[in-house]
Every structure is written in C-alpha cells, then in structure tokens.
Design a protein around this ligand. Sequence first.
Ligand SMILES: *Cc1c(COP(=O)(O)O)cnc(C)c1O
Length: 352
Amino acid sequence: MSRYWSDFVTKLQPYTPGEQPKISNLTKLNTNENPYGPSPDVLQAMQQVLNDDLRLYPPPHAEELKQTIADYYQLEENQIFVGNGSDEVLAHIFNGLLKQNKPIFFPDITYSFYPVFCQLYDIEFEKVPLTKDFSIDLGDYQRANGGIIFPNPNAPTGKLVALGDIEQLLLANRDSVVVVDEAYIDFGGQSAVGLINRFDNLLVVHTLSKSRSLAGLRIGYAMANAALIEGLDRVKNSFNSYPLGHLQIAAAIASFKDESYFKQTCAQVISSREQLVEQLQTLGFEILPSAANFVFARHNNELAEVIATHLRQQGIIVRHFQQPRIDQFLRITVGTSQDNQLLVDGLASILA
Ligand SMILES: *Cc1c(COP(=O)(O)O)cnc(C)c1O
C-alpha cells in the first residue's frame, strides 16, 4: 500500500500464478509445465542468435515466425498474431475485442485470469455455470452477449468440448467474438483452427508454454480472420512494438520445424496421463476425463487440502483451489513416469 497509488491500482486484485519454488529436488506438478525439455533444435537455434546482433531490436512484426505458424496450420501470415505468452495475447483480446457494451460470457470454473483481465479493462462479464458433471454446455451461451471465451480443454477440469458443439455455437452467434483458448489442445483435442476461414468472429489462442515446453520463454499466438488480427495489431502497436525478442522468435520457429520431437513428447505425456488416471483410480480418486496434461482428481474420503499438505511435506507440489464446487479437487500435472510414480507412492502412504 502506498499513498501514491491511484484508486484504480489500490482496487486491483491481481492474478496469483502457481508457485515456482526455489528449492530443488521437488516434484513440481502444480503449473502444468511439460516434464520434457524443449527440442534440441530449439536450443541450437537459440545458440545461433546469441551474438552481437542482440544489440538490434527484433523484427517488430515477427514475419518469419508468423509465416511458420501460418504454414503449419494452413493459414495466411495476416491471420496470425504473436505475443509475449498467451496471457499477453489474451490481454490484448480482452482490451481490443471483448470490451463491448454487453457482458461477455465465460464458465464459472475456468482459467482465473479471465476475470482479472475484465477488471483491468473494465469489462462486464457473466459467469456461466458448468453443468453438474463439470462440463461446458455451449447451449447455455446462446444468448445476447458482448463476446464469449472458454478454454478447450477447460482448465482446471481438463474436460473437452466437441468441435461440432463449437461450430453450432458459431452458427448461432454471429454478432460477437468467440475466443477458444486452446492452451492444452495438443494433448488430445481437435483444434477449432479449421473453422477460422468459415467464421470471421472466431479467434483461436495457443501457447508454446505447455505442449512445446517453452513456458520459460513466453510465447503465445492467436489465429483468426485477418480483420480481427489487424484489430489486435492496433492494440499491440499502442502498447509494446517488440513483444518477442530474437531468442523467442528463433526458438518458436525451430519448435514448429521439429514436428517429430513435438509429436513424440505429446504422445509420452498422453500415455503417462492414461497410466496415472488408472493408478489414481486404484487409490480411490474420481478423475474427470482429461484431454490435457493434467488431471482433476477428487478423493472419495480424504480432504483435498489435507492431501495437498501431506504431499508438500514429501516434496511433491500439486494445485488446490479454495473455490466453491471444486475445493475437493486437486489439479495434478502429468509428469514423467518417474514423477508420477513418486506421486502415487506418496499418495499411497498418505491414504494408508
Ligand atoms: C497456461 C495457460 C495460459 C497461459 O499461457 P502462457 O502462454 O504461458 O501465458 C492461457 N490459458 C490457459 C487456459 C492456460 O492454462
């Protein structure tokens, strides 16, 4: 607190990111990072730009990266927007496209940054409740709105909405922007990117933090009709002309070029997830069907908070949300099979 703060700053309630503890030797299953490092090609590409040219500003429009992403998804370069993590991309979307004169809709249980952006940019919103089984029912969103945003798969539930349901929503909702935040789509879902050329109000947001193991570099992007992208460029160019540096651009391009490493590590995460789900079920957990690199698990008799505290004492960190409806769940990131075994052994000793 300071008397120099504006009223606006005094009233802000910022987002709290998951903990990044300084202690080593922890089994860190709390922030959905990839347990595998980035492709060796990514590290090599970064080495190549570690030179005197770092004195120069990076290309402000990151054309080569945008073209790489466009080619990957069979789009045009002017249908791609890149930013410093998808959180920054989302911030520009809220500011530039979701601030309208009707409330925007998002699920009551979802990525907790959305209401923070609404507060920052003074955007009215309505939280649409998940169904009893913690699903997003897009039928509940087919009313007058200033915009719609949801993650697919949803966080922290991991549950997927079918692509056909997204198409139905788009057919019924032509007058406002629909944002699909696909941070976890590579772990088992079907992307809505193929609908972009049919719906000029669809925005698909991706990150390189999860499936491409680059959380530490901060790279995200959005894909949409060129006119929507131009709107985002106007916001970005009024905020920071160079959101991505030389290192980020080189790394991101190399990541898209090494398809086999990407496919292989995603497949490993998916297979560890399936194995982990079975092991947790054996220990008495109910798990929501997950298409992400985490599982949302509820134990049939022990309290989530108690389990999380005991795991922590064993050096294993998972995420627990003190939030109505979900305070009996733990969100557990899928690690390597070794991480998962440590977790399962730890849980077995706690629950014994
Ligand atoms: C992790 C996550 C993001 C943010 O990703 P960054 O690119 O690291 O900023 C956005 N949306 C959802 C749903 C996420 O889980």
